[in-house]
Design a protein around this ligand. Sequence first.
Ligand code: GLN
Length: 471
Amino acid sequence: MTISQIHKQLTGKEVSCKEMVRGFLDEIKKKDKDIHAYLEVDEEGAMKQAEEVDAKIEKGEEIAELTGVPIAVKDNILTKGFNCTAGSKILENYKAPYDATCIQKLRGAGAIFMGKTNLDEFAMGSSTENSAFGPTKNPHNEERVPGGSSGGSAAAVGAGMCVAGLGSDTGGSIRQPAAFCGVVGFKPTYGAVSRYGLIAMASSLDQIGPLANSVEDARIIFDAIRGKDGFDATSLDINPKSEARNSKQIQNIKIGIPKEYFGEGIDPEIKKSIEKAIKKYEENGAKIEEISLPHTDYGLAVYYIIMPSEVSANLARYDGIRYGLSKDADNLLDTYIKTRHNGFGAEVRRRIMLGTHTLSSGYYDAYYLKAQKVRTLIKREYEKAFSKIDVIMTPTTPTLPFEFGEKTKDPVSMYLSDIFTVGVNLAGLPAATIPCDWIEKEGKKLPVGLHIIGPQKSDYKVLEVAEMFKN
Ligand code: GLN
């Protein structure tokens, strides 16, 4: 069900909110022992919220579009009443002391929080295999990963265990799992959604956004959570009116196809599906233009220097004193070491070490500073491209959902999953992924995601272009 369908059914009294929420809870009970999308489900709280919605409707009060809509929240977004583990042992028993700004906004709109969803530890990964609490499975083939790091939210939406979900995207963590689970994912312009209450991974790249069953639903949620926030100095307002264009203009948009995204390493079947999807836009009046983003090759390298640098700084706060796990030791230094050694998984430790190295004196200039310079070049290259075209289209991922264990032994092969998504974070751009095709593998259909990228603050335009796609 979509948000507008739910709204219609609730206001038309075709179904009570309690019945509807019960239906989703039943679905979770039935499916989630296998899929493991949720780390925590709040049955009682959800039913209580539903009861309040029913009472409102009974009294004839007007309800907002999101009122009564069951939402799943990635477990790195603080939501009062729930734990917030970030998928890590170090925060296993950490209770959210307050609501993140996006949660506060959704709560105000009457959304119902079903539970908290699984993720790679501190959002570091592309498969949820790095979660300290066990992986999530892909609802379309349980032998395969759901993507990551927002794999729990993507699987929950894909399996019908909620209507929409929230995720965070630092290098692709909304879009890649959305593509793997056959749902819509949207990463807004950097700052469009406040990061207040999001457990920080890499602050100059992190962005919260929706995962949903339709582009319309993603837009409704984005509308509700976006906006400038006094608690996040990098947050900004996006004017929906000035950016969105009418449908006739949208039909005649110019789409840039960067040739660097269709070369080596891409699954030929994905390439075919994406070309087919772009052709559909062309048939509807869009103009297609080949473009070049020559620094694409450096995106991953730049990301894997800047991101760990910020990770090493952000994760210094988990010291056994202030948050979560604390291991007793003879002195303070040993407390830090023991807590961090026991609390953090291998991938998190790897990135803290890498980041500490790239920020250390003598290496800072050679790595971090240089990466920042290339980051600027990447950003400029996009800006130049957008002076001639409206949006860029690429595949969201180079491969179909892969099998468990396939990439865990070689971190670099896992990092390559983000090759098409990280550039967007480095440049702070908005980008959506929509399921554009299904490919059969071992008798089961797996989804392909079409990636639509726009210039900064063109969030509504990106969503409009995404909405035009009819499968
Ligand atoms: N998969 C990427 C990484 O491991 C992206 C993570 C994210 O976007 N949170 O860093």
